[in-house]
Design a protein around this ligand. Structure first.
Ligand SMILES: Cc1ncc(COP(=O)(O)O)c(C=O)c1O
Length: 377
């Protein structure tokens, strides 16, 4: 399909194609789990459903290294508590990408530490060990927190090697990378269970690591700091309730089916996008991502926001995910940078999220791709 030879496809039956529709369990799927809460009368504080949810989550990981997990109230608190477990001096530097959701930086600041903004690799759109090594030559970084950009799994073996070589620990902000991001021997991982994520409890998070002591510390911190009945370090309340665990268990019961459907949807989309006169650029390593959204790069586009506005007039809702980059938010504008962030400045604004959810029909995809092609400059 190109701008010149394609007929205008008919408008979708509904007026607008939403960007995202959360794919949460129905009341019917939830009921058996809620009845278990009625039976146990245990509503929060690491109850039986939370323990079953953690155990089921744990079994999704490869057998080695042995994984330990603890649930938290949301991904942002999971990152904050994981950072706090290192007990670093106040304002210690934590390297994060400038191109991420604001919560990555929020967690660092709330842990009393200083985010240092790094550039990203133009192929994977992610902060890599190579970028972190260069940053470390300039700034005494104490922790690196790479992000699984749009679900891209971070290379844990390479990050383990980075930590072994530099002594700097790594926590992966794997907010949107459920079922694609493994843990490392030393590299810990934090997932978000927000309603927009592939595995969701509505609000929630998971901290996963091969180090049982680290997970124990995060778990205690999520429960006011209690450790054998005493508080030795200040904690907070970041526990996941039994009701949230019920939602997570209902989602896990249907996850394999949903995962297959999401891969099929992505393939059907790509079949159409690849046929456009000027196909968009994809994130390198996309095949390893369990898709929860679809972001494409439109390198020729000088004003993606204007394109998003034109698409919206045709009923196609899109979003510039992770945009603007952190340094353009007033609250983060004064943060230090590691280097010039040249790739972020050039590429971040060219990335556009297209509608991606289980409610998209093949005719919707035809419609979206037609208008994307026609309205690009
Ligand atoms: C990259 C990234 N980090 C952190 C978070 C925060 O997760 P939560 O919403 O569970 O607090 C998100 C949430 O969307 C995210 O995309």
């Amino acid at each position: 399909m190109s701008k010149h030879d394609s007929a205008v496809p008919s408008a979708p039956a509904h007026r607008e194609i939403p960007l995202y529709i959360p794919d949460m369990p129905t009341a019917g799927e939830l009921l058996p789990w809620l009845e278990k809460i009625d039976e146990s009368r245990w509503y929060t504080n690491f109850g039986p459903l939370n323990r079953l949810f953690e155990e089921t989550v744990r079994r999704y990981f490869p057998p080695t290294p042995a994984v330990h997990v603890t649930t938290v109230a949301n991904g942002t608190l999971g990152l904050e508590l994981a950072l706090a477990a290192f007990d670093l001096p106040p304002r210690s530097a934590v390297l994060i990408p400038a191109f991420t959701f604001v919560a990555t930086a929020t967690a660092v600041v709330r842990a009393g530490l200083t985010p240092v903004l790094a550039d990203f690799d133009p192929a994977s759109w992610s902060l890599t060990p190579e970028i972190a090594r260069v940053a470390l030559e300039q700034i005494p970084i104490r922790v690196v927190m790479p992000v699984t950009t749009f679900g891209f799994p971070q290379p844990v073996t390479a990050w383990d090697a980075f930590s072994a070589e530099t002594g700097v620990p790594v926590i992966i902000d794997a907010a949107g990378a459920w079922d694609s991001q493994p843990i490392g021997e030393t590299t810990a991982v934090v997932f978000s269970l927000h309603a927009t994520k592939n595995l969701s409890t509505g609000e929630g998070g998971i901290v996963a690591s091969a180090d049982p002591g680290f997970i124990e510390r995060v778990r205690n911190t999520s429960n006011f700091g209690f450790d054998a009945g005493e508080v030795r370090h200040i904690g907070t309340n970041a526990k996941l309730s039994e009701y949230h665990a019920a939602v997570g268990l209902a989602m896990l019961a249907r996850w394999q089916r949903r995962k297959a459907d999401k891969f099929k949807l992505l393939q059907a989309y790509r079949d159409r996008l690849d046929k456009l006169g000027n196909p968009p650029v994809y994130q390198h390593g996309m095949a390893r991502i369990v898709p929860s959204l679809l972001a494409v790069r439109l390198p020729e586009q000088s004003d993606v926001a204007a394109l998003a506005g034109r698409l919206s007039e045709q009923g196609v809702l899109t979003r510039q995910w992770y945009y603007p980059p952190l340094y353009r938010h007033p609250a983060f504008a004064a943060l230090p940078h590691a280097g010039e962030l040249a790739v972020t400045r050039e590429i971040a604004g060219q990335i556009l999220g297209l509608p991606f959810h289980m409610g998209i029909a093949p005719t919707d995809m035809d419609y979206i791709c037609f208008w994307l092609d026609r309205l690009r400059s």
